[in-house]
Design a protein around this ligand. Structure first.
Ligand SMILES: C[S@@+](CC[C@H](N)C(=O)[O-])C[C@H]1O[C@@H](n2cnc3c(N)ncnc32)[C@H](O)[C@@H]1O
Length: 219
């Protein structure tokens, strides 16, 4: 199948709806589209980690903050029909594209798409086995405070972009004030996660840096 350069062109390959195996090609096209249009989709290594973690649960419930064009939600839903996905996006253009991608996929019934700001939108209370924080970096702590009470007992919260393209380790590489502010917020977020009571956090050198935060069960 030819790869599509325009989002609308991607809509020509709907013949395969219902055929989940073949629909994986469409997921590749969504990935290619995202890369081509500089949409900040997740790095493959981090996506593989999320898929691996989701497979640890029997009927995984996945909450994602920051949908973009829906690639990770679709990948998660494609793992197994028992996976339930709730994903949140506030940008209108992303919402339009993700909505199209969900609607035209065989996974629409597994995905609840919440449109609005993740700090405010009403979120079905869960519990969620895997929560993925991948939206505005400056707000990670607020997202965490909001969603951590929705985490299942043996659940995990994954935060992406903890290294912020290597700039967290090497802040001298940027002179942009906004970027410097984000780096500071990400460092504060790391300190916050690693000092939290009742949770254990590991920072993994995967993709752009991934924080895995699990509840500590005092059995
Ligand atoms: C890095 S992209 C998400 C990529 C996606 N998770 C994936 O794996 O392909 C971040 C997205 O978060 C959205 N976003 C940023 N702040 C948000 C907020 N407060 N509430 C909801 N969405 C937000 C942005 O519009 C953007 O589409």
């Amino acid at each position: 199948m030819a790869s599509c350069t325009l989002f609308s062109a991607c809509q020509n390959s709907r013949l395969m709806i219902g055929d989940k195996m073949e629909w994986m090609n469409e997921l590749d096209e969504i990935t290619a589209y995202g890369r081509e249009h500089q949409i900040p989709i997740l790095m493959d290594e981090s996506l593989s980690l999320i898929k691996k973690i989701l497979k640890e649960y029997e009927h995984p419930r996945f909450l994602e903050i920051g949908t973009a064009i829906g690639r990770t939600s679709l990948m998660a839903a494609s793992i197994d029909p028992s996976v339930r996905v709730v994903t949140i996006e506030r940008d209108e253009d992303m919402i339009r594209q993700a909505e199209e991608n969900f609607k035209n996929s065989p996974y629409a019934a597994q995905i609840t798409f919440l449109k609005g700001d993740a700090r405010e939108v009403e979120i079905p209370e869960g519990p969620y086995d895997v929560i993925f924080i991948d939206a505005a970096k400056s707000q990670y702590k607020r997202f965490f405070e909001r969603v951590s009470p929705m985490l299942a007992e043996n659940g995990v919260i994954i935060s992406d972009n903890m290294f912020f393209h290597g700039l967290v380790e090497h802040p001298e590489r940027t002179h942009n004030r906004h970027t410097k502010g984000l780096i500071r917020r990400l460092k504060q977020y790391t300190d916050y996660l690693t000092s939290l009571d009742g949770f254990e956090t590991s920072i993994l050198d995967i993709g752009d840096g991934v924080a895995l935060t699990r509840r500590i069960n005092h059995a």
